[in-house]
Design a protein around this ligand. Sequence first.
Ligand code: DAT
Ligand code: MG
Length: 132
Amino acid sequence: MDRTFVMVKPDGYARGLVGRIVARFEEKGFKLTDAKVMHLSREHAERHYEHLSAKPFFGELVDFIVSGPVFAMIWEGKDAIKNARALIGATNPSEALVGTIRGDYALDVASNIIHGSDSEESAEREIKLFFH
Ligand code: DAT
Ligand code: MG
């Protein structure tokens, strides 16, 4: 069974969207196999986003992701990585289709409420980083 790592970011947690987001994954048919509320250290956040460290928005991204609690999850299901990304929607909420999580709940790329792994390698790496 495929699995993927998904995280409700500080904006989604602060806005009380955890329950609705969990419900969407369950309704799609995914199984939740682990989950926890965490407040990431800067070091943890920098490791999570290390592939983006050269981007001009990296500092802002790390500041944002450590700004409050997040809800980290492991979801299991067929083609979990691809199907979870489809539920989540495009990175920029302005381009995310209505009916996707970002399309329905977010406006700004810098606060797009949710993360989902984008490959098998990143899913395994992120699951280890958050649930070692
Ligand atoms: P995704 O989260 O869809 O996998 P990503 O891995 O390319 O997207 O980028 C990680 C996060 O970085 C993204 O969710 C929001 C932030 N980000 C991406 N592009 C950005 C930009 N142009 N300005 C500000 N933040 C950005
Ligand atoms: Mg990504």
